[in-house]
Design a protein around this ligand. Structure first.
Ligand SMILES: C[S@@+](CC[C@H](N)C(=O)[O-])C[C@H]1O[C@@H](n2cnc3c(N)ncnc32)[C@H](O)[C@@H]1O
Length: 207
């Protein structure tokens, strides 16, 4: 079955798969805040492809979005979803552990809705979907690796959009942002009974 996701003036067609992250509130927090997106775009951890597909439909002038995932099932699913939405020519999907296989070039925007939930060994999921949630003990295991390398792929005046939950260690995140040479502000949030999810807009500290 194919599902239709209505977001603002766009309809995104997605084939749900139980081992692939289905677009949720954190996905929509990003979509809501991705304005004036142009130039070279890289999405890390594309999952169903919803974000890259949305951008390709919303901004037809975007000729080639790079989108990666470490979940091979997700990569098949997002490629299929891109075809359903007729944007397969605008997005290059490929397997990569973070930046490992990203071509050496600089991007205007790097977008990542990462696995950010603090996760103990016994809380891990048994299938590929674990990659979508498992942020390690402090929620920052993947985010720390991401921040360490992202600056090599970001243009001088480029921006990173990164989602994080307040269940993760936000004080440590603040330290990491400084340590790796960025500055950041929170530009959006969603509140739930048990959690807040925050959208960080991050740039290189060029000073
Ligand atoms: C929370 S989901 C977000 C999916 C999609 N971008 C969205 O917003 O709906 C996180 C995604 O990151 C992927 N991921 C986790 N660790 C990764 C890594 N080291 N490199 C690339 N992708 C990774 C997961 O497989 C998953 O698809």
């Amino acid at each position: 079955m194919i599902e239709k996701i209505y977001f603002e003036d766009q309809i995104i067609l997605i084939k749900p798969n139980k081992e692939v992250y289905y677009p949720m509130e954190d996905t929509f927090l990003l979509l809501k805040n991705l304005k004036n997106i142009k130039g070279k775009i890289l999405e890390i951890g594309t999952g169903s492809g919803a974000i890259s597909i949305y951008l390709a439909k919303k901004f037809p002038k975007l000729k080639l979005i790079f989108a990666t995932d470490k979940n091979k099932i997700a990569l098949k699913n997002c490629s299929h979803n891109a075809r359903l939405n007729n944007v397969e020519n605008q997005i290059k999907f490929f397997y990569s552990d973070l930046f490992e296989r990203v071509p050496k070039q600089k991007f205007d925007f790097i977008i990542f809705n990462p696995p950010y939930l603090p996760t103990k060994k016994e809380e891990k999921l048994k299938n590929s979907l674990n990659l979508a949630f498992d942020g390690g003990e402090d929620g920052l295991r993947t985010i720390e690796r991401f921040l360490k390398d992202a600056k090599k792929f970001l243009k001088k005046n480029g921006f990173i959009y990164l989602v994080v939950s307040d269940l993760a260690d936000l004080l440590k995140l603040k330290r990491l942002i400084k340590k790796f040479g960025y500055c950041a502000k929170v530009i959006g949030e969603e509140r739930f009974f048990f959690e807040r999810i925050l959208l960080y807009k991050i740039k290189k500290n060029n000073s």
